[in-house]
Design a protein around this ligand. Structure first.
Ligand SMILES: [Zn+2]
Length: 283
């Protein structure tokens, strides 16, 4: 979408609303969010009552977008600024929305991204890189594995394709191998550095090649530069947010995974779609 089209969209609440409704209802076909029935009675206030189960709903009921009272045009402005990696504080300033409201809105966007990342169940395959990195912590202190006060993150990258990252309790062999077995197709070629936690990869059905960072930065195809590229991409992005609390860090991490995996695409429509999806039931 070009700037002109975007400006037309956010200038009127009804245009913004219509745009977002396009992501909610295919062919304008409404159905009950509770039981999926298409038969309803239209109420005087514009809401619908399901004839099947009696649930009363409006156009955004049950969706992420409904977790905030922002108007559709305000939402689109926030989505645009979020796409451009603007922090909540700056979003508040630029839109005139209170900081708490802006912060809540971007948290909703990140939660929608997280919910979506979890249904990407496909296994990674091809040439795979594994690596861990440490995030956060104000003091420089000890670097590398076991850095005190920092959050360990494990990364799996399929070369030329997707990355998967997750906060881990520790970097022990069973933690890292457990995740690898869950996310990577057996038989894949797996590149790591010489960290000994990776030694048993070949016993888990992978073809394992290790690069010695001490000796060479990379030897032929045996390198993990792809993941190192992701780590610096992610850390640079975090700097823009001036310190992220531990509580919110996993959400930021999934945002960075999403941005990396969609680096060739426009994020605006994708984010609008996520925002308009139903919030999954929490068991
Ligand atoms: Zn129903």
């Amino acid at each position: 979408m070009d700037l002109k089209a975007y400006e037309c969209l956010v200038r009127s609440e009804s245009a913004a609303r219509k745009y977002l409704l396009g992501f909610c209802w295919k062919n304008q076909q409404r159905f009950c969010p509770e039981c999926k029935s298409r038969s309803f009675i239209k109420l005087n206030d514009g809401r619908r009552r399901c004839k099947q189960c009696g649930y009363t709903y409006h156009d955004f009921s049950g969706r992420w977008i409904n977790l905030s009272r922002l108007s559709p045009d305000q939402w689109l402005r926030i989505v645009k600024l979020f796409e451009l990696e603007v922090s909540a504080r700056m979003i508040a300033k630029q839109t005139g929305i209170a900081y708490n409201t802006a912060h809540r809105a971007v948290t909703i966007l990140r939660m929608a991204i997280l919910a979506h990342s979890e249904d990407a169940k496909a296994l990674l395959s091809g040439e795979i890189e594994l690596d861990e990195s440490y995030f956060g912590g104000k003091r420089k202190g000890k670097r590398g594995r076991g850095a005190a006060g920092k959050v360990p993150v494990f990364g799996i990258l399929s070369r030329g394709s997707q990355v998967f990252v997750q906060v881990v309790p520790d970097c022990k062999a069973e933690t890292l191998l457990g995740l690898t077995v869950r996310k990577v197709r057996r038989g894949s070629i797996v590149y790591t550095d010489k960290y000994k936690a990776y030694d048993s990869l070949m016993f888990c059905g992978f073809r394992h090649l290790a690069v010695d960072h001490g000796k060479y930065f990379s030897s032929g195809k045996v390198y993990i530069n792809g993941l190192e590229g992701f780590w610096s991409f992610a850390k640079e992005l975090l700097i823009k947010h001036h310190g992220v609390s531990r509580k919110f860090f996993p959400l930021y991490l999934k945002e960075m995974e999403f941005r990396y995996n969609h680096r060739q695409h426009r994020l605006f429509d994708k984010l609008c779609q996520f925002l308009c999806d139903f919030v999954p039931d929490v068991e």
